[in-house]
Design a protein around this ligand. Sequence first.
Ligand code: NAP
Length: 471
Amino acid sequence: MFNDPHLRPLPGAHATHAAIAPTVPALRVGLIGLGTVGTGVWQVLRRNQALIAARAGRHIEIVAVAVRKLPRAAKLLGDAPGVRLTDDPLQVATHPGVDVVLELAGGTGPAREWVLAALAQGKHVVTANKALLAVHGTALFAAAAQHGVALAYEGAVAGSVPVIKALREGLAANRIDAVAGIINGTSNFILTRMRDAGVDFASALAEAQALGYAEADPAFDVDGVDAAHKLALLAANAFGTPVRFDAVHVEGIRALQALDVAAVAQLGYAIKLLGIAQRARRQPAGVELRVHPTLLPAHQLLAQVDGAMNGVLVHGDAAGPALYCGAGAGGEQTASAVIADLVDVARLPVHGGTAQQRVPALGVHAAACADLPVLPMAEVVTPHYLRLQPRADVPEADVTRALAQLLHDEGVQAERLDWYTDGSQPAAARHLLLLTQPVADAVAARVADHLQHWAQGGVVRLRVAGPEACM
Ligand SMILES: NC(=O)c1ccc[n+]([C@@H]2O[C@H](COP(=O)([O-])OP(=O)(O)OC[C@H]3O[C@@H](n4cnc5c(N)ncnc54)[C@H](OP(=O)(O)O)[C@@H]3O)[C@@H](O)[C@H]2O)c1
Protein backbone atom coordinates (compact mmCIF):
# COMPACT_ATOMS: atom_id res chain seq x y z
CA MET A 1 0.00 0.00 0.00
CA PHE A 2 2.81 2.34 0.81
CA ASN A 3 5.75 1.65 -1.46
CA ASP A 4 5.69 4.54 -3.90
CA PRO A 5 9.14 6.16 -3.51
CA HIS A 6 8.00 9.28 -5.40
CA LEU A 7 5.35 10.74 -3.17
CA ARG A 8 4.17 13.98 -4.62
CA PRO A 9 0.95 15.93 -4.63
CA LEU A 10 -1.58 14.84 -7.23
CA PRO A 11 -1.26 16.81 -10.47
CA GLY A 12 -3.52 19.80 -10.15
CA ALA A 13 -4.10 19.08 -6.48
CA HIS A 14 -3.42 22.69 -5.59
CA ALA A 15 -5.15 25.50 -7.31
CA THR A 16 -2.37 27.52 -8.89
CA HIS A 17 -1.68 30.74 -7.05
CA ALA A 18 -0.38 33.48 -9.26
CA ALA A 19 2.57 34.13 -6.95
CA ILE A 20 3.91 30.56 -6.99
CA ALA A 21 5.91 29.46 -10.01
CA PRO A 22 4.89 25.95 -11.09
CA THR A 23 8.56 24.94 -10.97
CA VAL A 24 8.84 25.54 -7.21
CA PRO A 25 8.47 22.11 -5.61
CA ALA A 26 5.81 21.67 -2.95
CA LEU A 27 6.88 20.95 0.62
CA ARG A 28 5.84 17.33 1.13
CA VAL A 29 4.52 16.59 4.60
CA GLY A 30 4.23 13.15 6.18
CA LEU A 31 1.60 13.36 8.93
CA ILE A 32 1.60 10.97 11.88
CA GLY A 33 -1.71 11.22 13.71
CA LEU A 34 -5.06 12.41 12.41
CA GLY A 35 -6.83 13.09 15.70
CA THR A 36 -7.90 16.47 17.07
CA VAL A 37 -4.82 18.41 15.95
CA GLY A 38 -4.05 16.33 12.84
CA THR A 39 -7.58 16.84 11.57
CA GLY A 40 -7.31 20.56 12.31
CA VAL A 41 -4.10 20.76 10.28
CA TRP A 42 -5.70 18.87 7.42
CA GLN A 43 -8.70 21.20 7.37
CA VAL A 44 -6.82 24.48 7.69
CA LEU A 45 -4.24 23.49 5.09
CA ARG A 46 -7.00 22.67 2.63
CA ARG A 47 -9.13 25.70 3.40
CA ASN A 48 -6.30 28.23 3.28
CA GLN A 49 -4.14 26.43 0.74
CA ALA A 50 -3.52 29.32 -1.65
CA LEU A 51 -3.05 31.86 1.14
CA ILE A 52 -0.53 29.66 2.95
CA ALA A 53 1.34 28.97 -0.30
CA ALA A 54 1.54 32.69 -1.00
CA ARG A 55 3.09 33.22 2.43
CA ALA A 56 5.39 30.22 2.33
CA GLY A 57 6.49 30.71 -1.27
CA ARG A 58 5.65 27.03 -1.94
CA HIS A 59 2.67 24.79 -1.70
CA ILE A 60 2.49 22.69 1.43
CA GLU A 61 0.99 19.28 0.73
CA ILE A 62 0.23 16.36 3.00
CA VAL A 63 1.37 13.37 0.97
CA ALA A 64 1.25 10.57 3.56
CA VAL A 65 -0.67 9.92 6.76
CA ALA A 66 -0.17 7.32 9.48
CA VAL A 67 -2.89 6.39 11.99
CA ARG A 68 -3.95 3.25 13.87
CA LYS A 69 -7.54 3.05 12.68
CA LEU A 70 -7.33 3.20 8.90
CA PRO A 71 -11.05 3.23 7.98
CA ARG A 72 -11.81 6.34 10.04
CA ALA A 73 -8.87 8.19 8.50
CA ALA A 74 -9.72 6.97 4.99
CA LYS A 75 -13.21 8.42 5.41
CA LEU A 76 -11.82 11.75 6.55
CA LEU A 77 -9.31 11.91 3.69
CA GLY A 78 -11.90 10.49 1.28
CA ASP A 79 -11.77 13.18 -1.36
CA ALA A 80 -7.97 13.29 -1.45
CA PRO A 81 -6.98 9.99 -3.02
CA GLY A 82 -3.41 11.17 -3.64
CA VAL A 83 -2.59 10.91 0.07
CA ARG A 84 -1.00 7.60 1.04
CA LEU A 85 -2.46 6.11 4.20
CA THR A 86 -0.69 3.60 6.44
CA ASP A 87 -0.78 2.24 9.98
CA ASP A 88 3.03 2.26 10.15
CA PRO A 89 4.31 5.68 11.32
CA LEU A 90 7.92 4.65 10.75
CA GLN A 91 7.24 4.37 7.03
CA VAL A 92 6.03 7.95 6.98
CA ALA A 93 8.96 9.09 9.14
CA THR A 94 11.54 7.58 6.80
CA HIS A 95 9.91 7.77 3.38
CA PRO A 96 12.16 9.41 0.75
CA GLY A 97 9.14 11.23 -0.65
CA VAL A 98 8.54 13.12 2.61
CA ASP A 99 10.39 16.39 3.33
CA VAL A 100 8.86 17.17 6.75
CA VAL A 101 7.47 14.78 9.31
CA LEU A 102 4.55 16.18 11.30
CA GLU A 103 4.27 14.21 14.54
CA LEU A 104 0.78 14.68 15.99
CA ALA A 105 0.25 11.30 17.63
CA GLY A 106 1.48 12.12 21.15
CA GLY A 107 3.23 10.07 23.82
CA THR A 108 6.89 9.64 24.67
CA GLY A 109 7.53 6.06 23.54
CA PRO A 110 7.17 5.23 19.83
CA ALA A 111 6.96 8.95 18.96
CA ARG A 112 10.58 9.30 20.08
CA GLU A 113 11.67 6.56 17.67
CA TRP A 114 9.73 8.07 14.76
CA VAL A 115 11.17 11.53 15.36
CA LEU A 116 14.72 10.24 15.75
CA ALA A 117 14.35 8.17 12.56
CA ALA A 118 13.08 11.19 10.63
CA LEU A 119 15.87 13.46 11.90
CA ALA A 120 18.50 10.81 11.09
CA GLN A 121 17.25 10.84 7.49
CA GLY A 122 17.72 14.58 7.31
CA LYS A 123 14.00 15.37 7.50
CA HIS A 124 12.64 18.36 9.36
CA VAL A 125 10.19 17.52 12.12
CA VAL A 126 7.27 19.59 13.38
CA THR A 127 5.46 18.39 16.50
CA ALA A 128 2.92 19.57 19.07
CA ASN A 129 4.07 16.91 21.52
CA LYS A 130 5.20 18.73 24.68
CA ALA A 131 5.55 15.53 26.70
CA LEU A 132 7.99 14.13 24.15
CA LEU A 133 10.14 17.29 24.07
CA ALA A 134 10.02 17.82 27.84
CA VAL A 135 11.20 14.28 28.54
CA HIS A 136 13.50 13.57 25.56
CA GLY A 137 14.20 17.12 24.34
CA THR A 138 17.93 17.07 25.01
CA ALA A 139 18.53 14.04 22.76
CA LEU A 140 16.05 15.13 20.11
CA PHE A 141 17.30 18.72 19.79
CA ALA A 142 20.88 17.40 19.65
CA ALA A 143 19.89 15.02 16.84
CA ALA A 144 18.21 17.84 14.92
CA ALA A 145 21.32 20.02 15.29
CA GLN A 146 23.59 17.15 14.25
CA HIS A 147 21.63 16.62 11.04
CA GLY A 148 21.15 20.34 10.38
CA VAL A 149 17.36 20.15 10.31
CA ALA A 150 14.53 21.91 12.12
CA LEU A 151 12.71 20.44 15.09
CA ALA A 152 9.84 22.90 15.51
CA TYR A 153 7.21 22.82 18.25
CA GLU A 154 5.20 26.04 18.48
CA GLY A 155 1.95 24.07 18.86
CA ALA A 156 3.37 22.24 21.88
CA VAL A 157 3.43 25.17 24.28
CA ALA A 158 0.35 27.38 24.28
CA GLY A 159 -1.89 26.13 21.49
CA SER A 160 -2.52 28.96 19.05
CA VAL A 161 -0.34 31.50 20.87
CA PRO A 162 3.00 32.01 19.09
CA VAL A 163 5.00 32.47 22.27
CA ILE A 164 8.01 30.37 21.21
CA LYS A 165 8.43 32.58 18.17
CA ALA A 166 8.05 35.62 20.40
CA LEU A 167 10.78 34.43 22.78
CA ARG A 168 13.13 33.11 20.13
CA GLU A 169 12.77 35.83 17.52
CA GLY A 170 10.66 38.81 18.53
CA LEU A 171 12.41 39.20 21.90
CA ALA A 172 15.87 38.11 20.74
CA ALA A 173 17.40 41.39 21.94
CA ASN A 174 16.23 40.93 25.52
CA ARG A 175 17.59 39.35 28.64
CA ILE A 176 14.47 37.49 29.77
CA ASP A 177 14.04 37.80 33.53
CA ALA A 178 10.80 35.93 34.02
CA VAL A 179 8.03 34.06 32.27
CA ALA A 180 4.73 33.44 34.05
CA GLY A 181 1.97 31.62 32.26
CA ILE A 182 -1.46 30.10 32.39
CA ILE A 183 -0.49 27.26 30.11
CA ASN A 184 -3.09 24.60 30.78
CA GLY A 185 -6.55 25.42 29.46
CA THR A 186 -8.26 22.55 31.29
CA SER A 187 -7.12 23.74 34.72
CA ASN A 188 -7.93 27.31 33.86
CA PHE A 189 -11.44 26.34 32.81
CA ILE A 190 -11.93 24.44 36.09
CA LEU A 191 -10.62 27.32 38.23
CA THR A 192 -12.79 29.79 36.36
CA ARG A 193 -15.90 27.67 36.97
CA MET A 194 -14.99 27.23 40.65
CA ARG A 195 -14.80 31.01 40.99
CA ASP A 196 -17.79 32.01 38.83
CA ALA A 197 -20.23 29.21 39.73
CA GLY A 198 -18.97 28.60 43.27
CA VAL A 199 -18.73 24.86 42.61
CA ASP A 200 -16.12 22.46 43.99
CA PHE A 201 -13.26 20.92 42.04
CA ALA A 202 -15.08 17.66 41.25
CA SER A 203 -18.14 19.42 39.77
CA ALA A 204 -16.02 21.81 37.72
CA LEU A 205 -13.96 18.89 36.41
CA ALA A 206 -17.11 16.96 35.45
CA GLU A 207 -18.34 20.02 33.57
CA ALA A 208 -14.97 20.37 31.78
CA GLN A 209 -15.16 16.71 30.76
CA ALA A 210 -18.74 17.05 29.51
CA LEU A 211 -17.71 20.03 27.37
CA GLY A 212 -14.61 18.29 25.98
CA TYR A 213 -12.13 20.54 27.82
CA ALA A 214 -10.81 17.66 29.94
CA GLU A 215 -9.82 14.10 29.08
CA ALA A 216 -11.49 11.09 30.71
CA ASP A 217 -8.19 10.76 32.61
CA PRO A 218 -7.44 14.39 33.50
CA ALA A 219 -4.34 13.67 35.60
CA PHE A 220 -1.74 15.36 33.36
CA ASP A 221 -3.82 18.53 33.20
CA VAL A 222 -5.08 18.91 36.76
CA ASP A 223 -1.91 17.63 38.44
CA GLY A 224 0.22 20.26 36.72
CA VAL A 225 2.31 17.86 34.61
CA ASP A 226 1.19 19.24 31.25
CA ALA A 227 1.94 22.79 32.42
CA ALA A 228 5.35 21.62 33.65
CA HIS A 229 6.14 20.12 30.22
CA LYS A 230 5.36 23.47 28.63
CA LEU A 231 7.16 25.49 31.29
CA ALA A 232 10.33 23.44 30.71
CA LEU A 233 10.23 24.44 27.02
CA LEU A 234 9.46 28.09 27.79
CA ALA A 235 12.29 28.28 30.34
CA ALA A 236 14.82 26.77 27.94
CA ASN A 237 13.93 29.44 25.37
CA ALA A 238 13.86 32.24 27.93
CA PHE A 239 17.21 31.49 29.57
CA GLY A 240 19.17 29.62 26.88
CA THR A 241 19.34 26.44 28.98
CA PRO A 242 18.67 22.78 28.19
CA VAL A 243 15.11 21.53 28.74
CA ARG A 244 14.92 20.75 32.50
CA PHE A 245 11.51 19.14 33.04
CA ASP A 246 13.04 16.99 35.80
CA ALA A 247 13.83 20.14 37.81
CA VAL A 248 10.36 21.71 37.69
CA HIS A 249 8.50 21.79 41.02
CA VAL A 250 4.97 20.62 40.20
CA GLU A 251 1.71 20.97 42.13
CA GLY A 252 -1.75 20.76 40.58
CA ILE A 253 -5.21 22.01 41.48
CA ARG A 254 -6.85 18.75 42.62
CA ALA A 255 -6.70 19.64 46.33
CA LEU A 256 -8.03 23.16 45.88
CA GLN A 257 -11.19 23.89 47.87
CA ALA A 258 -14.12 26.04 46.76
CA LEU A 259 -13.79 27.73 50.16
CA ASP A 260 -10.34 29.14 49.28
CA VAL A 261 -11.44 30.27 45.84
CA ALA A 262 -14.18 32.31 47.56
CA ALA A 263 -12.00 33.48 50.48
CA VAL A 264 -9.20 34.84 48.26
CA ALA A 265 -11.81 36.75 46.23
CA GLN A 266 -12.70 38.59 49.45
CA LEU A 267 -9.02 39.60 49.68
CA GLY A 268 -9.04 40.79 46.05
CA TYR A 269 -7.28 37.79 44.51
CA ALA A 270 -7.97 35.04 41.97
CA ILE A 271 -6.34 31.61 41.98
CA LYS A 272 -4.59 30.53 38.76
CA LEU A 273 -2.44 27.53 37.99
CA LEU A 274 0.75 29.35 36.99
CA GLY A 275 3.93 28.06 35.45
CA ILE A 276 6.70 30.38 36.60
CA ALA A 277 10.26 30.45 35.33
CA GLN A 278 12.35 33.28 36.64
CA ARG A 279 15.88 34.21 37.48
CA ALA A 280 16.24 33.64 41.21
CA ARG A 281 16.31 36.95 43.07
CA ARG A 282 18.81 35.88 45.72
CA GLN A 283 21.03 33.72 43.54
CA PRO A 284 21.76 35.60 40.34
CA ALA A 285 23.12 32.56 38.50
CA GLY A 286 20.12 30.36 39.26
CA VAL A 287 16.53 30.03 38.15
CA GLU A 288 13.20 29.07 39.66
CA LEU A 289 11.05 26.57 37.77
CA ARG A 290 7.67 25.92 39.35
CA VAL A 291 4.05 25.10 38.61
CA HIS A 292 1.50 25.56 41.38
CA PRO A 293 -1.83 27.23 42.19
CA THR A 294 -1.04 30.89 42.76
CA LEU A 295 -2.95 33.86 44.14
CA LEU A 296 -2.93 36.74 41.67
CA PRO A 297 -4.35 40.21 42.36
CA ALA A 298 -7.70 40.05 40.54
CA HIS A 299 -7.07 43.32 38.67
CA GLN A 300 -3.88 42.02 37.01
CA LEU A 301 -4.19 41.17 33.31
CA LEU A 302 -3.10 37.55 33.76
CA ALA A 303 -5.80 37.05 36.41
CA GLN A 304 -8.37 37.94 33.78
CA VAL A 305 -7.29 35.22 31.35
CA ASP A 306 -10.26 32.95 31.99
CA GLY A 307 -11.91 29.78 30.75
CA ALA A 308 -9.81 27.56 28.51
CA MET A 309 -7.63 30.47 27.38
CA ASN A 310 -3.86 30.58 27.85
CA GLY A 311 -1.79 33.64 28.70
CA VAL A 312 1.97 33.96 28.99
CA LEU A 313 3.57 37.04 30.52
CA VAL A 314 7.20 37.59 29.51
CA HIS A 315 9.49 40.13 31.18
CA GLY A 316 12.31 41.28 28.90
CA ASP A 317 14.83 43.84 30.12
CA ALA A 318 14.33 46.01 27.03
CA ALA A 319 10.74 45.25 26.01
CA GLY A 320 9.38 45.24 29.56
CA PRO A 321 6.39 43.02 30.31
CA ALA A 322 4.43 41.64 27.37
CA LEU A 323 1.37 39.38 27.57
CA TYR A 324 0.69 36.77 24.90
CA CYS A 325 -2.81 35.39 25.06
CA GLY A 326 -5.15 33.13 23.10
CA ALA A 327 -6.67 29.68 22.72
CA GLY A 328 -4.45 27.14 24.47
CA ALA A 329 -5.81 24.06 22.75
CA GLY A 330 -8.22 22.81 20.10
CA GLY A 331 -7.83 21.28 16.65
CA GLU A 332 -7.70 24.30 14.35
CA GLN A 333 -6.28 26.56 17.08
CA THR A 334 -3.25 24.30 17.53
CA ALA A 335 -3.11 23.73 13.77
CA SER A 336 -2.56 27.47 13.41
CA ALA A 337 0.74 27.17 15.30
CA VAL A 338 1.71 23.87 13.68
CA ILE A 339 1.21 25.23 10.16
CA ALA A 340 3.21 28.35 11.04
CA ASP A 341 6.10 25.97 11.78
CA LEU A 342 5.56 24.27 8.41
CA VAL A 343 5.64 27.68 6.72
CA ASP A 344 8.95 28.42 8.46
CA VAL A 345 10.35 25.15 7.12
CA ALA A 346 9.02 25.87 3.64
CA ARG A 347 10.83 29.23 3.71
CA LEU A 348 14.24 27.82 4.70
CA PRO A 349 16.95 28.68 2.18
CA VAL A 350 18.26 25.64 0.32
CA HIS A 351 22.03 25.20 -0.13
CA GLY A 352 23.51 22.16 -1.87
CA GLY A 353 20.15 20.43 -1.90
CA THR A 354 19.66 20.82 1.88
CA ALA A 355 17.35 23.32 3.55
CA GLN A 356 19.39 25.19 6.15
CA GLN A 357 17.86 25.67 9.59
CA ARG A 358 18.68 29.19 10.82
CA VAL A 359 16.76 29.75 14.04
CA PRO A 360 18.19 27.62 16.88
CA ALA A 361 15.59 25.24 18.26
CA LEU A 362 15.93 26.61 21.80
CA GLY A 363 16.69 30.22 20.97
CA VAL A 364 20.47 30.15 21.44
CA HIS A 365 23.02 28.27 19.37
CA ALA A 366 24.10 24.96 20.88
CA ALA A 367 27.56 26.23 21.87
CA ALA A 368 25.99 29.04 23.92
CA CYS A 369 23.40 26.83 25.65
CA ALA A 370 24.34 26.60 29.34
CA ASP A 371 22.63 24.92 32.26
CA LEU A 372 21.77 27.07 35.29
CA PRO A 373 21.23 25.80 38.83
CA VAL A 374 17.57 25.43 39.71
CA LEU A 375 16.67 26.78 43.15
CA PRO A 376 15.15 24.10 45.44
CA MET A 377 11.52 24.94 46.16
CA ALA A 378 12.25 25.21 49.90
CA GLU A 379 14.40 28.29 49.14
CA VAL A 380 11.96 30.01 46.78
CA VAL A 381 10.70 33.22 48.37
CA THR A 382 7.09 34.31 47.79
CA PRO A 383 4.30 35.88 49.81
CA HIS A 384 1.92 33.25 51.21
CA TYR A 385 -1.76 32.84 51.96
CA LEU A 386 -2.67 30.73 54.99
CA ARG A 387 -6.17 29.78 56.06
CA LEU A 388 -7.38 27.95 59.14
CA GLN A 389 -10.62 27.41 61.00
CA PRO A 390 -9.78 27.83 64.71
CA ARG A 391 -10.57 24.91 67.00
CA ALA A 392 -13.99 25.21 68.62
CA ASP A 393 -12.51 24.85 72.14
CA VAL A 394 -10.08 27.79 71.80
CA PRO A 395 -11.10 31.47 71.84
CA GLU A 396 -10.28 33.24 68.56
CA ALA A 397 -8.19 35.79 70.45
CA ASP A 398 -5.90 33.00 71.71
CA VAL A 399 -5.40 31.76 68.16
CA THR A 400 -4.48 35.20 66.82
CA ARG A 401 -2.09 35.68 69.77
CA ALA A 402 -0.45 32.33 69.07
CA LEU A 403 -0.18 33.20 65.40
CA ALA A 404 1.47 36.55 66.15
CA GLN A 405 4.02 34.81 68.40
CA LEU A 406 4.71 32.15 65.77
CA LEU A 407 5.26 34.74 63.03
CA HIS A 408 7.58 36.67 65.34
CA ASP A 409 9.59 33.53 66.18
CA GLU A 410 9.93 32.60 62.49
CA GLY A 411 10.72 36.17 61.38
CA VAL A 412 7.64 36.32 59.11
CA GLN A 413 5.89 39.65 58.50
CA ALA A 414 2.10 39.63 58.19
CA GLU A 415 0.82 41.69 55.28
CA ARG A 416 -2.85 41.27 56.12
CA LEU A 417 -5.02 39.40 58.60
CA ASP A 418 -8.72 38.92 57.93
CA TRP A 419 -11.69 36.73 58.80
CA TYR A 420 -13.82 34.93 56.25
CA THR A 421 -17.27 33.60 57.09
CA ASP A 422 -18.12 30.43 55.22
CA GLY A 423 -21.87 30.61 54.72
CA SER A 424 -22.03 27.41 52.70
CA GLN A 425 -22.33 25.28 55.87
CA PRO A 426 -25.53 25.08 58.00
CA ALA A 427 -23.58 26.63 60.90
CA ALA A 428 -21.56 29.49 59.42
CA ALA A 429 -17.87 28.95 60.19
CA ARG A 430 -15.22 31.63 60.64
CA HIS A 431 -11.82 31.17 59.03
CA LEU A 432 -8.68 33.13 59.76
CA LEU A 433 -6.93 34.36 56.61
CA LEU A 434 -3.32 35.49 56.62
CA LEU A 435 -1.30 37.06 53.82
CA THR A 436 2.41 37.20 54.56
CA GLN A 437 5.24 39.29 53.19
CA PRO A 438 7.64 37.29 50.98
CA VAL A 439 9.08 34.37 52.90
CA ALA A 440 11.06 31.23 52.02
CA ASP A 441 8.85 28.28 51.17
CA ALA A 442 10.36 26.11 53.91
CA VAL A 443 9.59 28.75 56.54
CA ALA A 444 5.99 29.18 55.36
CA ALA A 445 5.57 25.39 55.44
CA ARG A 446 6.87 25.32 59.02
CA VAL A 447 4.46 28.07 60.10
CA ALA A 448 1.56 26.15 58.52
CA ASP A 449 2.69 23.01 60.33
CA HIS A 450 2.78 24.72 63.74
CA LEU A 451 -0.61 26.35 63.15
CA GLN A 452 -2.10 22.90 62.75
CA HIS A 453 -2.32 22.71 66.55
CA TRP A 454 -4.90 25.55 66.60
CA ALA A 455 -6.96 24.45 63.62
CA GLN A 456 -9.87 22.15 63.05
CA GLY A 457 -9.41 20.60 59.62
CA GLY A 458 -6.19 21.38 57.78
CA VAL A 459 -4.22 24.59 57.44
CA VAL A 460 -4.29 25.65 53.78
CA ARG A 461 -1.14 27.21 52.37
CA LEU A 462 -0.96 28.76 48.90
CA ARG A 463 1.68 30.95 47.28
CA VAL A 464 0.99 34.49 46.14
CA ALA A 465 2.39 35.84 42.87
CA GLY A 466 5.20 38.36 42.90
CA PRO A 467 6.02 40.96 40.22
CA GLU A 468 6.77 38.18 37.70
CA ALA A 469 3.04 37.58 37.16
CA CYS A 470 1.94 41.21 37.21
CA MET A 471 1.73 43.96 34.61
N1 NAP B 1 -5.70 18.41 21.42
C1 NAP B 1 -5.16 19.59 21.60
O1 NAP B 1 -5.87 20.59 21.71
C2 NAP B 1 -3.67 19.74 21.64
C3 NAP B 1 -3.11 21.02 21.82
C4 NAP B 1 -1.73 21.18 21.83
C5 NAP B 1 -0.93 20.07 21.67
N2 NAP B 1 -1.49 18.82 21.53
C6 NAP B 1 -0.60 17.69 21.34
O2 NAP B 1 -0.75 17.23 20.00
C7 NAP B 1 -0.58 15.82 19.96
C8 NAP B 1 -1.82 15.18 19.37
O3 NAP B 1 -2.93 15.48 20.19
P1 NAP B 1 -4.43 15.14 19.73
O4 NAP B 1 -5.31 15.77 20.74
O5 NAP B 1 -4.61 15.47 18.30
O6 NAP B 1 -4.46 13.55 19.93
P2 NAP B 1 -5.59 12.54 19.46
O7 NAP B 1 -6.84 13.24 19.13
O8 NAP B 1 -5.63 11.45 20.46
O9 NAP B 1 -5.01 11.94 18.09
C9 NAP B 1 -3.88 11.12 18.05
C10 NAP B 1 -3.72 10.58 16.63
O10 NAP B 1 -2.50 9.84 16.60
C11 NAP B 1 -2.75 8.55 16.08
N3 NAP B 1 -1.84 7.60 16.72
C12 NAP B 1 -1.57 7.48 18.05
N4 NAP B 1 -0.70 6.48 18.25
C13 NAP B 1 -0.43 5.95 17.05
C14 NAP B 1 0.38 4.87 16.60
N5 NAP B 1 1.09 4.13 17.45
N6 NAP B 1 0.41 4.61 15.28
C15 NAP B 1 -0.31 5.34 14.42
N7 NAP B 1 -1.10 6.37 14.77
C16 NAP B 1 -1.16 6.67 16.07
C17 NAP B 1 -4.19 8.25 16.40
O11 NAP B 1 -4.66 7.29 15.49
P3 NAP B 1 -6.11 6.60 15.66
O12 NAP B 1 -7.10 7.71 15.64
O13 NAP B 1 -6.23 5.73 14.48
O14 NAP B 1 -6.07 5.89 16.97
C18 NAP B 1 -4.84 9.63 16.22
O15 NAP B 1 -5.14 9.82 14.85
C19 NAP B 1 -0.28 15.39 21.40
O16 NAP B 1 1.11 15.34 21.59
C20 NAP B 1 -0.88 16.50 22.22
O17 NAP B 1 -0.25 16.66 23.48
C21 NAP B 1 -2.84 18.65 21.51
